[in-house]
Ligand binder design. Sequence first.
Ligand code: 13P
Ligand code: ZN
Length: 271
Amino acid sequence: MKDILTAPFVEEMKRATANMYRLGWDERNGGNISYLLKEEEVAEYLDLTHVIRTIPTGFDASKLIGKIFIVTGTGKYFKNVEVDPELNLGVIRIAEDGTTAELLWGYRDGGKFTSELPAHLMSHIVRLEKDPAHRVVMHTHPTYTLAMTHIHELDDKAFTHTIWEMCTECIVVFPDGIGVLPWMVCGNNEIGIATAKKMEEYRLVVWGLHGIYGAGKDMDETFGLIETVEKAAQLYMLICNRPHLNTIRDEELKEVAEAFGLTYRKDFLNL
Ligand code: 13P
Ligand code: ZN
């Protein structure tokens, strides 16, 4: 059995959390990541018959029975993941009942998975139905995206349109757009259900006055989606109270989308 601390999936979690912390997105315990692993890759590092303990999830994830995830721990700080992965991360498998997580590794201090597990697992279920290659759900509190939710209308079309307008490549990176939820209490099944509903249409979901969710087939793609929104939101916050001399017009957004052969949200342009 190989040492799990050398596993590529642990390394990826360390790198992602460290990057996000240093970008200033994940203060204190802010943010969480869940990453769907292949059973055969985990079996190289862990005895899959050895369950350390079981933890109820509080919701039905029957569609994920037997699936294994590496997940950040609740209350744990992203800045600490790279120095002590076994304390701050856990590898869990969804048990036969669909409502229990079997802990295979991690959460060494008796801790458990993120409080946002409902939004993560419900989003995984939806995104896997859309794309079997889907693997990662990431939640974070990027500064400018969050700032923008204080001053911008919280509507899918309006928010996406403003972000697309900020830089030419946004429509190329997320032609499917951005879903936006109003302020809601976090950490419960209700926000999980609302997030997953948006994930039926989008790989990006903004939580008003809280943060953002991204979903993708690997860590880079998911991080890249969020990073691109955040860059555009930063531009918006820099220019929103100045006169606009130039802008990318809707005809031009259409031209870019067509030049790249994209299936995009045509109804989000005013043409
Ligand atoms: P956790 O510490 O439970 O992951 O919560 C952090 C967070 O960002 C809640 O939305
Ligand atoms: Zn949060």
